[in-house]
Structure formats: C-alpha cells, structure tokens
Design a protein around this ligand. Structure first.
Ligand code: AMP
Length: 222
C-alpha cells in the first residue's frame, strides 16, 4: 500500500506513521527526517537547507523533488511507502503525480490529519526530539524537566557530535510554530486538494489520544 499522510506540524503524523509502518509493513519516509539527517551529517544538502528549516520555511521544490526521487529509487519499498511531509506545495504535488504516472505507481490513500491551531501550539511547545532515533516526546509527560535518556532508544548523547540526545528543535518554538501553521494552511492544503483530484483522500480528526486517532485511520484504510 502507498500512503501519503498530511497535516499541520505536531498533529501526530510521525506517531501515526510508526504505528502504520508496524501494522501494514510499508516503509515510513519522512522528508523532515531525511533533511535533519543531512544537516547532522553536514552534507551539501544539509548546508543548503539548514537556515530555511530553522525559520520554519519550506525547502525549494526542485531540491525536494530530487530528494524524493532519490529515496523512491532505493530498493526497499516492495511493501509500499508511507510519505510523511511530502508533497508540501501544489508544485510538488503536480510534479509528484506526473512522476508516479511515469514509474507506474499510485497512491492508495491520502490521509489529511487535522487539529485546531491552539491545540497544535500547545503540543509543539513542549515537544522534544531525540537526535539518535528521531522519536518525539512531550515535556508534559515528564513533570517539569526533560529526562536525561531517550525513553525510546536509551541514548543520552548523540555520539557523533557529543551533544545531548534530547533537544528542542529550533523550529518547535512558539513563534516559528505559528509560522509553520500558516505555511501549512497556505501552501500545503492546496497540495492536498490537488492530490484529491486523482486519489482517494480522507480527512481524519487528529484530536484525542494517539490510539483514538490510529483507530480512525484504521477504519478508513480497512
Ligand atoms: P517536518 O519534520 O515534516 O515538520 O519538516 C521539517 C521542515 O523540513 C519543514 O518545516 C521544512 O522546512 C522542511 N521540509 C520537509 N519536507 C519538506 C517538503 N516536502 N518541502 C519543503 N520543505 C520540507
């Protein structure tokens, strides 16, 4: 199964993607994770995108098309893919539709997970990320201070760079979050409506516990 999961930052796309990957066996491809890894590895791509990402703006479309083409050409996707964070603009969506036609693939479901802006700001403000495994967690779940070890992979430090494993992403600060929400509304929603012209699209209520949201997604996929 090939799936695209869309939604504002912090709505739970990453968490839901992990569950879907486990349940259905497709490969989770997060373009945000790919770019953050490129920054950490200090590659040419990383240097190009770092500033734009920290400001909460979008990486240029041509660059993203190269990233996605490269990733989809790798040979590990026979059980399908789950795209999280791509396409993010109408230009990317149109180019992606053409690319899929060229390679003879389709999208079985586009999932658009929604939640009110104030809920997103509340969730992202306390979000911390692990440099080692990319998992995210919320400070709300950890009294007042972040734990020293990642509860998912156990890392305390990013061994490559000698930095603490757990950190708050530069783009998870309140002002940047509000900007990213605006970018989602203006640039990414039009990409969703373009995909809807070709593929089945389902809007999912992102409020409630991760389990509740997973149940809603399961219902539409089944
Ligand atoms: P995410 O982890 O999906 O929230 O992505 C973090 C940041 O990576 C975004 O705010 C953008 O700066 C960049 N990014 C990820 N995917 C894309 C994309 N498809 N197009 C443009 N920028 C992207």
């Amino acid at each position: 199964m090939n799936i695209v999961i869309m939604g504002p930052p912090g709505v739970g796309k990453g968490t839901q993607s992990h569950g879907l990957e486990e349940k259905w066996g497709m490969v989770h491809i997060s373009t945000g994770d790919i770019l953050r890894m490129a920054i950490r590895g200090e590659s040419e791509l990383g240097t190009k995108v770092q500033e734009v990402m920290n400001l909460g703006d979008l990486v240029p479309d041509e660059l993203m098309m190269e990233v996605i083409k490269e990733r989809l050409s790798q040979g590990d996707l026979e059980n399908g893919w789950l795209l999280d964070g791509f396409p993010r603009t109408a230009v990317q969506a149109s180019a992606f539709i053409l690319m899929l036609e060229e390679i003879g693939q389709t999208i079985d479901a586009v999932l658009v997970v929604r939640a009110p802006a104030e809920e997103i700001v509340r969730r992202l403000n306390g979000r911390i990320t692990c440099r080692a495994c990319n998992e995210v967690m919320n400070l709300v779940g950890f009294a007042s201070t972040a734990p020293k070890f990642c509860p998912f992979c156990g890392a305390s430090e990013d061994s490559k760079r000698g930095k603490p494993a757990l950190y708050q992403r530069a783009d998870d600060k309140e002002e940047t979050i509000r900007h990213r929400l605006e970018v989602f509304r203006k640039k990414t929603l039009p990409a969703a409506w373009l995909l809807e012209e070709k593929y089945p699209l389902y809007e999912i209520d992102g409020l409630g516990t991760p389990e509740e949201v997973a149940r809603r997604i399961s219902e539409v996929l089944q």
